[in-house]
Write a protein of this length. Structure first.
Length: 186
């Protein structure tokens, strides 16, 4: 009987060991499933974060695009007259030359008066569009607004001061249309 009892104990031990192993296997498999699900969740969260970043970058790009278009439109509106005004600058130069001629007869004097009226009207119309003459004589030379084509010597004025204007320069609002051609003191 002891033998039967020992066999029974051995069988129970084998069964318990088998049951314990299967429980351990089930627990191990469940933890593997949990780890697998966790890695899938982490992967999906990373993918979601990446997509959210892409969306935010796209929104920022779109906002920048809208701002650039708006600035371009403002600039186009602000400088809409630039081509016309630039084409009229030689007309202003010719008017100035014509008006500098001395009228000797009364007939020429009346023509000059009419030309002067036209010139003033043209200047007024261009000034309403934002045309401004660049100041030159007795001003400090600035390469942003002036183009030095000659140098001269005048001991009464400091170096770098404009002595004479050869051709008028103009600004349209804050943009240089044509720099003034000047003679600068050495």
């Amino acid at each position: 009987m002891t033998e039967v009892k020992d066999e029974f104990v051995e069988e129970n031990a084998v069964i318990e060991e088998a049951e314990g192993t299967s429980e351990d296997n089930v627990i191990e498999e469940m933890s593997e499933v949990d780890n697998s699900e966790q890695s899938v969740i982490e992967g999906l969260q990373a993918q979601l974060q990446e997509e959210e970043n892409k969306r935010l970058r796209l929104l920022a790009d779109y906002d920048n695009f809208k701002r650039r278009v708006s600035l371009d439109q403002e600039s186009m509106q602000k400088y809409r007259a630039q081509n016309v005004v630039t084409n009229l600058l030689p007309v202003l130069d010719n008017f100035a030359r014509a008006l500098s001629v001395e009228a000797k007869t009364e007939e020429v004097q009346s023509i000059m008066t009419g030309m002067e009226m036209i010139y003033r009207t043209l200047i007024t119309a261009l000034e309403t569009e934002g045309l401004v003459e660049i100041d030159t004589v007795d001003q400090e030379f600035d390469p942003n607004f002036h183009q030095a084509i000659m140098t001269g010597a005048d001991d009464t004025k400091p170096s770098g001061v404009i002595l004479e204007e050869m051709q008028k320069g103009y600004l349209l609002k804050d943009r240089v249309l044509r720099p003034s051609m000047v003679k600068v003191n050495e």
